[in-house]
Write a protein that binds this ligand. Structure first.
Ligand code: SF4
Ligand code: SF4
Length: 104
């Protein structure tokens, strides 16, 4: 029967069930990642964002949720512009590099 709408899976994140191994590793290597306020300055300045959907803000949020970020990582050119504008002084370029090393 068509009700005119469909049910989609819940987008709720159950932290007890997600794999936080990458986030824990990044936290160890870059303790300042915990200070990210998801302001989006890094994404706003990213040259790859418009064409590829690359976003450090989303990358960090997805890692905190245990989501797969390997596709997003491949869009980064490692230019370092995001690091220069981060108000929290997070070395986002190093965070990206550490993520890439984790997936090797
Ligand atoms: S600019 Fe820094 S504080 Fe803002 S979202 Fe990006 S990493 Fe987080
Ligand atoms: S280092 Fe990567 S994420 Fe940061 S601004 Fe450059 S292309 Fe974008």
């Amino acid at each position: 029967m068509d009700f005119g709408f469909g049910l989609s899976p819940s987008s709720a994140v159950t932290l007890d069930r997600v794999d936080l191994s990458l986030y824990r590793k990044l936290e160890e290597l870059n303790p300042d990642i915990r200070t990210c306020i998801a302001c989006g300055s890094c994404s706003a300045t990213c040259m790859a964002a418009e064409y590829s959907g690359m976003s450090v803000r989303k990358l960090i949020l997805n890692i905190q949720r245990g989501a797969d970020v390997s596709k997003m990582l491949s869009c980064c050119m490692l230019c370092g512009k995001c690091t220069m504008v981060c108000p929290r002084g997070i070395n986002t370029r190093k965070v990206i590099l550490d993520c890439c090393r984790y997936f090797k």
